[in-house]
Design a protein around this ligand. Structure first.
Ligand SMILES: Cc1cc2nc3c(=O)[nH]c(=O)nc-3n(C[C@H](O)[C@H](O)[C@H](O)COP(=O)(O)OP(=O)(O)OC[C@H]3O[C@@H](n4cnc5c(N)ncnc54)[C@H](O)[C@@H]3O)c2cc1C
Length: 301
């Protein structure tokens, strides 16, 4: 099943996992997936080489989730630092294994490098990867977008132009980078629609788990923590349980508001943990989940 077909009929709920490096981590992520499966996600996704995880594991974990948990899986595929042949062979493997959906990403350079420029690879941008996938495969295709702009972008307008290019080349829906202030998402959505991006845009939500971790993430991805939230995170910096509850409270408010506004899908960055997401979904007013997503624009403006 292609995710674009699901999005024609309803708003989606999805969870993102990363491939753990240890046996213990793998056992734990599959326990989390079993727990979160009770919320009947429309799909789950598995990251590729993010934060230094091994790329080969993405395919293994994606296949296991498909086989053992019976869930629709979208594989992340990055292109930075890889040859066309390497990328092609991973895509062939995914296709052979019946994975039908892929999100095409550039990826980030290894942590020790500050710029992506010196990392060799045949594709410089997600747009190149999308072109390759569209010319050679029939995957359902997604791409990333950035409500506050990608950290390397000079301005939001050029970033939106590149997002539009990804859609023009074949991305059937977009998933946003994490954000903590819904007005950033609404502003982006408005600009994207004005730029003629008429595909579903799913909101990427990250329930905060620890102060130091979220500071690290936001420093890397350029997302802003609103001042009030930041002060609370500071106050409880040494108490992860308290921070986790703050994260649940904040994400619940965000998701409630997004659903009421007609968002086309909520994509949770699960970080392989189930507790916060379970609480957030339990907190959400049931009737909010079934409210209609806003209709997509039918023409470019
Ligand atoms: C939903 C989501 C999932 C992610 N999953 C992963 C993952 O699994 N693994 C991982 O390593 N990282 C992942 N990331 C992080 C992502 O790889 C980084 O944000 C990366 O820096 C940019 O990826 P991109 O696909 O948006 O790149 P691109 O679209 O290539 O954009 C990168 C920068 O170049 C600009 N740009 C885009 N196209 C062009 C072009 N054709 N010419 C010139 N400039 C251009 C953009 O404006 C932007 O500033 C994910 C991010 C999101 C939002």
């Amino acid at each position: 099943m292609k995710i674009r077909e699901i999005l024609k009929n309803r708003r989606t709920l999805s969870f993102e996992f990363f491939p753990p490096k240890t046996e213990k981590g793998i056992k734990s992520v599959f326990e989390t997936i079993e727990t979160l499966k009770t919320f009947r996600p429309d799909f789950v996704s598995v990251t590729h080489g993010a934060g230094g995880t091994t790329r080969a594991l993405t395919v293994e974990i994606a296949l296991r989730i498909k086989r053992e948990n019976g869930l629709l899986v979208m594989a992340h595929m990055t292109c930075i630092g890889q040859s066309k042949e390497e990328i092609h062979s991973v895509l062939l493997r995914l296709e052979d294994s019946g994975i039908e959906n892929v999100i095409a990403l550039r990826g980030d350079p290894p942590r020790e490098q500050t710029s992506s420029a010196p990392v060799k690879g045949d594709f410089a941008h997600a747009t190149d990867l999308i072109e390759h996938i569209k010319s050679n495969f029939e995957f359902g295709l997604a791409a990333a977008c950035y409500p506050e702009g990608h950290p390397e972008s000079t301005d939001l307008a050029s970033d939106i132009e590149y997002a539009k290019r990804k859609v023009d080349l074949g991305a059937e829906f977009l998933i946003t980078q994490l954000f903590f202030d819904n007005s950033d998402f609404y502003r982006f959505l408005d600009s994207a629609r004005k730029a003629g991006i008429n595909v579903p845009i799913l909101a990427g939500i990250l329930p905060i788990l620890s102060t130091s971790q979220i500071r690290r993430f936001t420093a890397l991805c350029g997302a802003t923590i609103p001042e009030n939230l930041d002060k609370r995170l500071d106050r409880f910096a040494d108490d992860n349980d308290a921070v986790r509850e703050i994260g649940v409270e904040h994400a619940t408010t965000q998701v409630d508001d997004l659903l009421a506004s007609g968002v086309q899908g909520v994509h949770f960055y699960a970080l392989n943990k189930g507790y916060s997401i379970s609480k957030i979904i339990d907190n959400i007013n049931r009737s909010s989940w079934s409210t209609q997503a806003s209709p997509l624009p039918t023409h470019s403006s």
